[in-house]
Write a protein that binds this ligand. Structure first.
Ligand code: PLP
Length: 453
């Protein structure tokens, strides 16, 4: 900060005058935390307070804050080649090396990567890959995209239209045509006694049959829904969904923006269920948020369709910052750390321990369910455990209590559904977070729920 920059209250006043924030609302921003530094799993604010980063900022700082290796990688690459076009006919070494590295880490059927600058752009690109693929194969009517309620895929228009959290639509509708949503595999809220995995996969098939398979391009699914409330599907879901997609010739797009790069205890989320998508999007954890980067990884089959295109059907999709050399160099340094420090395995082992800690809070009357996988976890709050009546408003009070006690977590506010759900507290600590800090998160969460009740 230089001498001309305002500090303290003046800085906040300047922010309030000139900065529009994501999810902006003046009331929510009356007393913002202005972050000035961070290290490991801790964030520090301008007023000198320390907070445990219970969400890895926005589910993205997988390796934790303050790793000098990434700063060095960025500085060295910036001095050497800060930017150059990666449009066809041009390339750069970090983008080439990163594409190879990601293909080698990803599902066996994957062949090639298209880079973007974030999650929404990755999903937009994935939808266009799907449509392109079918047009190239002489099926131009296959354009519809199916998604699941409680899914979150970003805020650009098509990604927003696949997102199925109604508060993201209310002030921005209408949705893009040809996007439709079906029931999520949400075991805690699945009606009746049936298997939510089978039922929710069959809901996709019903939608395909109702729309006509010859009009559907793809279904997009987060392996574990993140922003929708860390909803982990039953083991039956993805194998059945894969089989349905194959039977009806529908592409399966995995949105691995949160679940990629070790977060769930596998390099990529569908690894838990032994199936492969046709293409998948990634962002966030690829650089642990140190610089913006995302992308789409496509199967050998889709890659071949692109490679074989005649000149008049070429892939006219582009962005200035696709293959940005500095972002790619930082991603390579980030993946080195995840790999060398065994953070994927650590996410699994420490995640199980962390979840076991959160499960001790099930004794509290407001805690309806504790769920999660790897270093992703959530607590769904209820009015009554027996009826599972959703708690509304309690979550915001818990989050405020937690912040007072030095913990930042994320709230997924209660939704009317279907299915209706209660306020949900979400956790995604950095993968190297120590046991002491994970235990502290559990302790603060418990105290905060009790204080808020
Ligand atoms: N997809 C998922 C699963 C996400 O969680 C997010 C962001 O949280 C996105 C897409 C959008 O990513 P971005 O905010 O980088 O556009």
């Amino acid at each position: 900060m230089n001498d001309l920059m305002p500090t303290g209250d003046l800085l906040v006043a300047t922010d309030q005058r000139h900065l529009i924030h994501p999810l902006h609302h003046a009331k929510d921003h009356a007393n913002p935390k202005v972050f000035v530094s961070a290290n490991g799993s801790m964030l520090r604010t301008a007023d000198g307070r320390e907070y445990i980063d219970g969400l890895s900022a926005l589910w993205n700082v997988n390796i934790g804050h303050g790793r000098k290796e990434l700063a060095t990688a960025a500085a060295e690459q910036m001095e050497k080649l800060a930017y150059a076009s990666a449009y066809a006919g041009y390339s750069n070494e970090p983008a080439i090396r990163l594409a190879e590295r990601i293909v080698n880490l990803a599902y066996d059927n994957m062949a090639a990567v298209y880079f973007t600058t974030g999650g929404a752009e990755s999903n937009e690109s994935a939808f266009k890959f799907a449509r392109y693929h079918w047009k190239r194969l002489g099926k131009p009517e296959k354009v519809k995209i199916i998604s699941r309620r409680y899914g979150y895929h970003g805020v650009t228009l098509a990604a927003m239209s696949a997102t199925s959290l109604p508060n993201y639509h209310k002030m921005f509708g209408p949705l893009v045509p040809e996007f439709l949503q079906v029931a999520p595999p949400y075991p805690y809220r699945w009606p009746g006694n049936g298997d939510a995995g089978i039922g929710a996969a069959d809901a996709v098939e019903e939608a395909i049959l109702a729309e006509g398979a010859d009009t559907v391009a793809a279904i997009i699914a987060e392996p574990v829904m993140g922003s929708g409330g860390v909803i982990v599907p039953p083991p039956s879901y993805f194998p059945r969904l894969r089989e349905i997609c194959d039977r009806h010739e529908i592409l399966l797009i995995a949105d691995e923006v949160i679940t990629g790069f070790g977060r769930t205890g596998q390099w990529f989320g569908l690894g838990h269920w032994g199936i492969q998508p046709d293409l998948f999007s990634f962002a966030k954890g690829v650089t642990s948020g140190y610089l913006p980067l995302g992308g789409v990884v496509v199967s050998r089959h889709i890659h071949q369709v692109i490679q074989d295109a005649p000149a008049d059907e070429k892939f006219m999709h582009a962005a200035t910052y696709s293959g940005h050399p500095v972002c790619c160099a930082v991603a390579l340094a980030n993946i080195d750390i995840i790999d060398k420090e065994g953070l994927v395995e650590r996410a699994q082992v420490q995640g199980d321990r962390f979840r076991a800690g959160l499960e001790t809070l099930l004794t509290l009357p407001a805690v309806g369910e504790v769920r999660g996988i790897g270093m992703l976890a959530a607590i769904e709050l209820v009015e009554h455990k027996g009826s599972k009546a959703p708690a509304k408003g309690l979550g915001a009070r818990v989050a405020a209590q937690a912040a007072d006690r030095g913990l930042i977590l994320r709230l997924r506010a209660a939704a009317d559904g279907p299915p209706a759900s209660g306020d949900t507290l979400c956790f995604a600590p950095p993968l190297p977070t120590s046991e002491v800090t994970l235990d502290r998160i559990v302790q603060i969460t418990g105290e905060s729920i009790q204080a808020a009740m």
